[in-house]
Design a protein around this ligand. Structure first.
Ligand SMILES: NC(=O)c1ccc[n+]([C@@H]2O[C@H](COP(=O)([O-])OP(=O)(O)OC[C@H]3O[C@@H](n4cnc5c(N)ncnc54)[C@H](OP(=O)(O)O)[C@@H]3O)[C@@H](O)[C@H]2O)c1
Length: 429
């Protein structure tokens, strides 16, 4: 075993970084044996130098992250600051100074992954980011390496623990969204400002990363259709139950049937209780992958948290250190297919539409005609009357999203339709 240590700069020492430092220290001997050389924590960049950070020698702490990555003797930079800047500049500076990078930064990778990959390749360094999607769950490496010989057609997952916790509570207790969010906040599953989670921004960043890797093309955050889950109601769950379904916030990346384009989207959807994703409870994550030869695969586990996320970071650190010792690099960007990303209107799926209508003869026929005029075929209709008003629940066969939008627009114009109470896609059948 080489005795000269590989030097690691840790950028950020918060929820994830502090666990990375802890595991690097407590598992130092095992890591050295697995890598073939010891790894040394050479510096830790933070914003607040006076904060007590147990187990980290004070002389390693710095507020000058740029100087740390420019030192010239750093082999690997672990970026767990998050956000776009200064993370992006620090990562590119690290490559320029001969360091490989391990990052957990989904926001940056989804927005500007191509720039980072190009900088890594230009300087002959590695860029690994297993922790950026679904925390501890091995997913990026299986997609990039284990399935590199297969053809992936679909990746569908629960990639945000906060929203899964909230929806699971609503499902099991009959709680409304606000009540379930309050519980998630009290238990530490939701941040004080939950927007990034509940509006689907976090899941959309992960969908962009997953789609790019799965389909070997570039997919940016802006390419991902996004709908949050704040409008999901207890009534939606009741409807879902009647259909033998539950509701999950899903990230769905699909190759079009003709193979000529891809789509990436995040929105709440009904899925059958028999689907493996339906049984993913609380804050857990799971990703369901469908590939030509492998068939259906499911990856499941904790999608966030300091120690679970650090596990993924450490796995990357070991791989990158091994590459360093072998003077090699792992896989870089694979975007050779250059498949275009189609708009949401082209997505074909099923829909569950709940309408408030006048309870009088002929309404059902009127509504059915609107669906037919837009080429959306109805699978089932359920009607419940009450005091001159009625609710009509329509479940469609598969139809393009644009056709469904046209249908809903026309339905809203009917005098007999008082309102469209909810529209939800039905997936996983
Ligand atoms: N938390 C999770 O469960 C989780 C899961 C998957 C991925 N991630 C990703 O992991 C990354 C880190 O998340 P986190 O939860 O650990 O964040 P965090 O707890 O907020 O920690 C951020 C760290 O970065 C430091 N920092 C901020 N700005 C800095 C700057 N300009 N220069 C140097 N240091 C700076 C902070 O310093 P101070 O300590 O002095 O404030 C802190 O130590 C993010 O990209 C996140 O998306 C997190």
């Amino acid at each position: 075993m080489r005795t000269r240590p590989l030097k690691v700069a840790l950028l950020g020492c918060g929820v994830v970084g502090s666990e990375v430092a802890r595991i690097m220290t407590t598992h130092a001997d095992d890591l050295a044996a697995r890598i073939g050389a010891p790894v040394e924590l050479a510096g830790v960049a933070v914003r607040r130098p006076d904060k007590v950070r147990g187990g980290i020698p004070a002389e390693l702490i710095t507020t000058d992250a740029t100087a740390l990555v420019k030192r010239g003797d750093i082999d690997v930079v672990v970026e767990v600051i998050g956000g776009i800047e200064p993370a992006r500049s620090l990562i590119t500076t690290a490559f320029e100074h001969g360091a490989s990078v391990v990052s957990a930064n989904k926001a940056l990778l989804a927005q500007d992954g191509a720039t980072l990959y190009a900088a890594a390749e230009q300087h002959g360094q590695d860029l690994y980011y297993e922790a950026a999607v679904a925390g501890a769950i091995p997913l990026i490496r299986p997609l990039r390496e284990s399935l590199a010989g297969d053809k992936i057609n679909r990746v569908m997952g629960i990639v945000n623990g906060t929203t899964n916790f909230i929806l699971d509570k609503m499902d099991n207790s009959g709680a409304g969204y606000s009540e379930a969010l309050d519980e998630a906040t009290a238990l530490g599953y939701a941040e004080a400002d939950p927007t990034a989670d509940v509006e689907g921004f976090d899941a959309a960043a992960k969908a962009a990363i997953l789609a790019g890797i799965a389909f070997h093309t570039r997919v940016r955050l802006d390419d991902v259709y996004r709908e949050g889950m704040t409008e999901v109601t207890a009534a939606d769950f009741a409807s879902a139950k009647q259909m033998g379904c539950t509701i999950k916030l899903l990230a769905i990346c699909e190759r079009a049937a003709d193979g000529e384009s891809v789509t990436a989207r995040v929105h709440p959807a009904m899925i059958p209780l028999t689907h493996p994703l339906a049984s993913v409870r609380e804050a857990y994550n799971a990703v369901f992958v469908e590939a030509d030869a492998a068939g259906q695969l499911m990856f499941y586990g904790p999608g966030a948290g300091g120690a679970p996320t650090a596990s993924a970071v450490l796995g990357d650190l070991v791989a990158v250190c091994r590459n360093k010792l072998n003077e090699a690099t792992g896989p870089g960007e694979s975007a050779y297919t250059q498949l275009p990303v189609s708009p949401m209107g082209d997505v074909v799926t099923r829909y569950h539409i709940s309408l408030d209508v006048a309870d009088k003869p002929g309404v059902l026929a009127q509504v059915a005609t609107v669906f037919a005029e837009h080429g959306v075929s109805i699978d089932t209709v359920r009607q419940q009357g009450k005091d001159g008003e009625a609710s009509l629940v329509v479940v469609t066969h598969r139809a393009p999203d644009a056709a469904l939008s046209g249908t809903v627009e026309a339905l809203r114009k009917l005098d007999t339709v008082r309102g469209v109470a909810s529209i939800m896609r039905v997936e996983g059948e």
